[in-house]
Ligand binder design. Sequence first.
Ligand code: DP6
Length: 362
Amino acid sequence: MLDYTNSDLRLTANQSLSGKTQWISPSNLALIKYWGKYGRQLPRNPSISFTLDTAATTTTLSYRTKETPGDTIKLDFKFDGQPNEAFRAKLVKFLTSIVDIFPFLTQLAFSVESSNSFPHSAGIASSASSMSALALCLCTVEKEIFGTLNDKTEFYKKASYVARLGSGSACRSVYDTMAVWGETPEVVGSSDLYAVPFREQLHEIYHDFHDDILIVSKGEKSVSSSAGHGLMEGNIFADNRYAQANTRFAELQVALKNGDLEAFGQITENEALTLHALMMTSEPSYILMRPNTLAQIELLREFRNDTKLPVYFSLDAGPNLHLLYPDNIAAPVQDFIEATLLPLCEKGEIIKDRAGKGPQEV
Ligand code: DP6
């Protein structure tokens, strides 16, 4: 089994250095959802997602040799230019948990500045973009100091592995367009430990697929994703759900390869509703959809019935509807969104996103 524990990644005594790295990394939207985990961030089922473009985190990581050596993580952290103690504490905890992978983490003093392209607390999952950006920065630091990870495939594989330890879904964000995480016989080379790219297998209709995120509510989630994963352990539907995810994965990857949008839409919508059904049937039960989420779903299905246009929805662990459609029907779909769905969004807010080019080093 792949093991990145590496005691060689240590500075030699009196080695004094400093540097800076910056990555912009996107969020992603899962079509087959990762919901349920075990062990050290291992998924209960395989998942597949669109890598987005507009919704992204920019992270700048500066480092210099610590003045006084020690075993703890030294970190300054700013979010949107402001110190943020809650985020800082989370990051320190994460970095402490990966000292076995990057022993140099306790030898350097770090300063991290992060900001999101999407409005602060727009109810958009930010752990995928932020954790992937951080993992990419850490791999760049390793590369700069130790001259390792020069092979691009190795670089992204390790970045994905490290991102997973920060937040499961983040491991899929390091690849453009679409990525798969979780071992499945459907995808050669797939692994529970890191994501693999899926663009090569994809029908070209999906290359520039739209994902418009309708901001139904910007409120904080009542239950975090991490807590939600935990509740799957007691959910009586859990075993059937994991089996279903595997079957659906097999079906969806056929539709992704041959461009069958109807099958794509049917599986994608069902997955989104299954995710929320699992939340509703957890103990304690909770509901993240809002009345306007359901209203928009009904209006979308009506529109699809009337026009026969292949536009479908998905949901993350939140109330905001993602509208998925190919570029060749963008004009009528966007007219419909503007006239019918936007009035049901909080302050008429929407993030017009699409399958993207993946993370960029600045
Ligand atoms: C519904 O990756 O946020 O978005 O691993 O605890 O950080 P942690 O959870 P997270 O869960 C994502 C759940 C999801 C589905 C998905 O992205 O696959």
